[in-house]
Design a protein around this ligand. Structure first.
Ligand SMILES: Cc1cc2nc3c(=O)[nH]c(=O)nc-3n(C[C@H](O)[C@H](O)[C@H](O)COP(=O)(O)O)c2cc1C
Ligand SMILES: [Mn+2]
Length: 481
């Protein structure tokens, strides 16, 4: 089943129809929305649509937990709502490459107006405090209006539009600080604008179908607009309105959009913020801010929140599934044969732990898979541990993976290191002021190739025999083993 819908509200209706939407009323923006969301992440709960938020008109809503189930994420990617974690990773194999290629076949369709223009605040009338921006974590340095956002920027020379998920902190009623890490597309676009004009145009979409948060939040290649990439996934064009404030395309059925320019030299204190590694790593730093010149919003707008934190957090599931599929594809593209599974679990934020299962075919196969899985483009940034296991191990089952490490490695012989690899200030083990390197461990937890056949046999009954017993004794063991 593929799922057709065009905006966040239709997405919500479909999530409701599969029984995965809850509507808490009356929560406080001050820590309560963040805390309830955290409970939901840990319990793998439903999507949460908060309404009647304290001090705000009914109808001004905040959505969290949008993509953290196989069914909701499958719906988001138009891949159906019947998936399990494993089947979603399997179904995603090869898809990122196909979407990338198909994104050349589409262009957004420019329209005159859209639902996001139902309400407009301009100039002195701009008041961001109207929206129920949560204080997500107690130690955050501010209220983050932008977490699951799609920040539109444009390359002034080449004209391609980027959407990136970059955290955005409320400064006051009409200013927002924007923390974009160097090297990200939005950062490069803004640098080019500064060199040309001393200012850079930005449109922050806060609330739109979660696909834009997903694509804004994973590494879509340079030069490809996430708008086109989204169209390749949707199989239909995205409607945009050309902004009279910035010239940028505005997604016509977005919920809330903040528009303005970042001016050269304008900086303000930003952070700290509870991040995806599970820590508040950074201190207050000076970051660029945006003077918001115009706010567009729908009637009864819905903010899409995606706060990170100690995993599992709001978008750790989405990142795990996307990264697992992308690294799998990268290993195959690098010519590694017999890759049977790849998983980048949520405890490592989808980056710091990568598990690869192979069917060993030759001496050296396991280390080759491990080193490439550690350093391919899809995994190189902020990686740490790469584990290679035989294909009898379920890569999504951490107990089994650790069992393989405990029983099929000799630490002094089975672990290799890479030093001075690509990290960032997000690395919790980096001392302030140190250059952003970290080291990597590649753990070869495969049975040694040269004595594979003689390796101690696993003490476990034949699975077919167990299934037979389960049938016969089903009164004792109801449900599945
Ligand atoms: C909810 C969410 C928040 C994120 N926050 C930031 C951030 O504050 N700064 C940043 O540089 N990257 C952040 N990221 C990661 C980037 O979105 C990601 O690296 C993405 O590839 C950037 O887009 P780009 O490749 O078009 O630059 C975040 C991702 C998600 C999903
Ligand atoms: Mn990009």
């Amino acid at each position: 089943m593929t799922n057709q819908y065009d905006d966040l509200r239709e997405w919500l209706a479909q999530v409701d129809a599969i029984g995965e939407l809850a509507r808490p009323n009356g929560a406080d923006w001050n820590l309560e929305i963040g805390g309830l969301s955290e409970i939901g992440y840990k319990r793998r709960g439903p999507a949460l649509l908060f309404d009647q938020i304290k001090g705000h008109p009914a109808g001004y809503r905040v959505l969290t937990s949008s993509t953290n189930s196989a069914r909701r994420f499958g719906l988001t990617l138009r891949m159906g709502t019947d998936h399990t974690d494993r089947s979603l990773v399997a179904a995603l194999r090869g898809q990122p490459k196909r979407w990338e290629q198909a994104s050349g076949n589409f262009d957004p369709v420019t329209v005159e107006s859209g639902p996001v223009f139902e309400n407009v605040m301009e100039g002195d009338a701009v008041d961001l405090l109207r929206f129920p921006t949560p204080l997500w974590h107690a130690l955050d340095g501010g209220r983050y209006i932008g977490t699951g956002v799609a920040v539109a920027t444009v390359d002034p020379a080449e004209g391609w539009v980027n959407l990136g998920a970059y955290r955005s902190m409320l400064v006051d009623r009409n200013h927002v600080a924007l923390a974009i890490i160097q090297g990200k597309h939005g950062h490069m676009h803004n640098q080019k604008w500064m060199e040309r004009e001393g200012r850079a145009p930005v449109a922050i979409h806060i609330g739109m179908e979660p696909l834009f948060m997903v694509l804004g939040g994973v590494e879509v290649p340079s030069g490809i607009s996430e708008l086109n990439y989204a169209e390749a996934i949707r199989g239909a064009p995205v409607k945009v309105v050309k902004s009279t404030v910035t010239g940028l395309p505005i997604i016509a059925d977005a919920e809330i959009v903040l528009e303005g320019w970042i001016r050269q030299g304008d900086k303000t204190g930003e952070g700290p913020f509870g991040e995806w590694t599970g820590y508040l790593v950074d201190q207050v730093t000076q970051e660029p801010f945006l003077k918001v010149e115009r706010v567009l919003y729908r009637n009864n707008p819905i903010m899409l929140g995606a706060p990170p934190g100690k995993p599992p957090h709001d978008y750790s599931y989405m990142r795990t599934i996307m990264k697992s599929a992308m690294i799998f594809d990268a290993l195959v593209a690098a010519g590694i044969p017999e890759v049977k599974g790849v998983y980048a679990p949520e405890c490592g934020g989808g980056r710091m732990l990568v598990i690869v299962a192979i069917k060993q075919r030759y001496a050296g196969h396991a280390r080759q898979a491990g080193f490439i899985a550690s350093q391919c483009r899809e995994a190189a940034y902020m990686g740490k541990y790469t584990v290679v296991v035989d294909d009898d191990i379920d890569v999504t089952n951490l107990e089994e993976v650790l069992w393989a490490i405990c029983t099929r490695t000799d630490p002094a012989a089975s672990i290799d290191f890479i030093r001075r690899a690509w990290a960032s200030k997000a690395e919790p083990m980096l001392r302030p002021g140190q250059p952003p390197f970290n080291s990597r461990a590649i753990i070869d937890a495969c049975r040694p190739y040269e004595w594979f056949d003689d390796f101690p046999k696993v003490a476990q009954a034949d699975p077919a025999y167990l299934r037979e017993l389960e049938q016969k004794w089903r009164d004792i063991f109801p449900g599945r083993l």
